[in-house]
Design a protein around this ligand. Structure first.
Ligand SMILES: [Ca+2]
Ligand SMILES: [Ca+2]
Ligand SMILES: [Ca+2]
Length: 273
């Protein structure tokens, strides 16, 4: 059986980072991988699971990764009707309208309860006997417990449960191989604001936007400057010395520049899924 794991050496994996109590090199490698992984035995060994595919865009991207990483023609995905014959669902319990069945599938020939994504058929799916051994598997990456996944942005989001300086709370994000959050659209901002309201009683949270390096020139930690900003009226105003942005919940998620040394705020973290 073919076993392939796609790891990006450019990703600086942190040694010894403990994630949900599990500290093995395998788990770290799996989590650090920026792409979905293709492997042939048990995705869950890496505390990931078979992949959910929720949009056509995601399907096309996965197909491309699959073609790059594996010579296999087909790979298991998470869609299955093991629980109720004829009712296909994802392992995560997410139900979505997107399906990509090949013509005439699923057809339950004999007893076929597991979906395979078929590379030569442009990624279309077949139901196949779950006991077949010819296929590799597409494994999803994983949001740590308590993080939210947003399929539209392929990112995991988290609000820290403790407050502190910008640097202190940033460390909480990087502990999970994430970082302070970057916000690139109004849609993303609104979604994040909802999660923030659900998960935290704090009024404000640090985000990655800062002008630490060059006063007055705000940029994201990734170096992206982006077009989307959401400053509150009159901000940034550099009162005293304010170089770090806080997303303010009562201001509809608008941003204020604040002294990076303030300790009143929690942080919003994200990581690529
Ligand atoms: Ca079939
Ligand atoms: Ca400043
Ligand atoms: Ca300010």
């Amino acid at each position: 059986m073919e076993v392939l794991i796609h790891d990006d050496p450019s990703k600086n994996l942190q040694e010894g980072v403990q994630l949900d109590g599990i500290t093995t090199p395998h788990v770290q490698n799996a989590i650090g991988s920026p792409t979905h992984m293709v492997r042939g035995d048990i995705c869950t060994y890496f505390t990931v699971d078979l992949i959910d595919i929720l949009t056509e865009e995601e399907s096309l991207w996965i197909l491309q990764q699959f073609a790059e990483d594996s010579t296999s023609d087909g790979a298991w995905i998470a869609n299955n009707d093991i629980a109720i014959e004829g009712y296909f669902q994802w392992l995560s319990g997410i139900s979505d309208n997107y399906t990509h069945w090949y013509d005439g599938e699923p057809n339950q020939l004999g007893n076929e309860d597991c979906a395979v994504l078929h590379k030569p058929l442009n990624g279309a799916w077949h139901d196949i006997s779950c006991a077949e051994t010819a296929w590799v598997a597409l494994c999803d990456k994983w949001c740590p417990t308590g993080w939210h996944y947003n399929a539209a942005f392929s990112k995991c989001y988290w609000v820290t449960n403790a407050s502190g300086t910008w640097n202190y709370t940033r460390d909480m994000c990087t502990h999970f191989t994430g970082d302070l959050i970057e916000i690139s659209t109004e849609e993303e901002s609104l979604w994040i604001l909802e999660r923030f309201a659900e998960d935290s009683t704090s009024d404000g949270a640090w985000i990655a936007y800062n002008d630490i390096e060059i006063e007055g020139y705000f940029q994201w930690l990734s170096g992206m400057s982006g077009n989307y900003t959401h400053w509150y009226d009159g901000e940034p105003n550099q009162l005293g010395n304010e170089d770090c942005a806080v997303l303010h919940k009562p201001s509809n998620g608008a941003w204020h520049d604040i002294s990076c040394a303030e300790t009143a705020w929690v942080a919003l973290c994200d990581k690529c899924k």
